[in-house]
Design a protein around this ligand. Structure first.
Ligand SMILES: [Zn+2]
Length: 73
């Protein structure tokens, strides 16, 4: 559940950088290759990695909620 080294699948137009990407599970096995393959980064992976940058999804969310709460009160 984390950011991983870039990999791609031969039949796809994008490369992935997160093993939690929902688009990865459907394409596995012999067609998987290391590296970017000269493709563009998968948007799902991009979003997932951004989330993990904030040190955990739940903690980040809790922080945000607290901030909103402060603003409202
Ligand atoms: Zn992806």
């Amino acid at each position: 559940m984390a950011q991983v080294a870039a990999f791609h699948c031969l039949q796809e137009l994008v490369y992935h950088t997160n093993d939690q990407c929902p688009q990865v599970s459907s394409v596995v096995g012999a067609n998987q290759r290391d590296g970017t393959g000269g493709k563009v980064e998968c948007l799902c992976c991009h979003q997932l990695n951004k989330t993990y940058d904030k040190k955990g999804t739940i903690q980040g969310l809790l922080k945000r909620v607290k901030t909103w709460h402060k603003r409202l009160t």
